[in-house]
Ligand binder design. Structure first.
Ligand code: HEC
Length: 173
């Protein structure tokens, strides 16, 4: 089974890391998600307060480092922790619509400036509650108060929309 899997992986196409080869925004997001998860896991191994520091420093750096040329990506929310993640004008209404939907799904859009966009909902799961849930440990509350005095990203329950991943790129001419 393991050999079969290895063979399948070897056969799978090399990801297209340029914006003009047939765009696959979900695939562009994959290393961002994967590295965020890894950073969170490593941070959490040393306690949630430490993980906050890791997230704070690494989340924006990861987004910048994994985006192919000409592609921008990030996370946003209707209830922000980091105001630097505030939604662009085009993204705000998408988040509002997602909030009305019981099972929001990813969408692709054409933006007014000629770029294309891809948005994916991010739902809250159990792992998120230590830092985004209703009851936070004193260490987490203290760290959040220190770094994010305007934090609005607590009080979420499992299954709530926590925010979105977004990607924009310029389509090939
Ligand atoms: C260890 C604490 C911690 C955990 C656990 C955690 N987060 Fe966060 N989260 C943060 C911090 C810190 C930020 C701000 C990072 C930044 O500056 O971009 C953040 C930001 C975000 C953002 C960006 C929007 C915003 O409000 O700035 C989203 C979306 C998000 N988290 C979703 C999640 C989800 C989904 C989970 C569970 C899988 C999760 N987080 C688990 C600490 C955490």
């Amino acid at each position: 089974m393991r050999i079969l899997l290895a063979a399948l992986l070897a056969l799978s196409p090399v990801p297209a890391f340029t914006a003009d080869a047939s765009p696959d925004p979900a695939q562009w997001l994959a290393p961002f998600k994967q590295q965020l998860k890894q950073a969170l896991k490593e941070g959490l191994a040393q306690g949630p307060a430490h993980a906050i520091d890791v997230c704070r420093i690494q989340a924006p750096a990861i987004a910048a480092s994994v985006a192919p040329d000409g592609v921008r990506m990030g996370r946003s929310s209707h209830r922000l922790r980091n105001t630097a993640n505030a939604p662009a004008d085009w993204l705000q209404p998408v988040i509002e619509e997602y909030l009305q939907e019981s099972e929001p799904v990813p969408r692709q859009m054409d933006l007014a400036d000629g770029r294309k966009a891809w948005v994916e909902p991010i739902m809250t799961d159990g792992v998120c509650l230590a830092c985004h849930g209703e009851k936070l440990s004193p260490a987490v509350s203290d760290a959040l108060a220190r770094y994010y005095p305007e934090d609005q990203a607590t009080g979420f329950k499992v299954g709530d929309l926590r925010g979105v991943f977004w990607v924009t790129w310029k389509p090939a001419q």
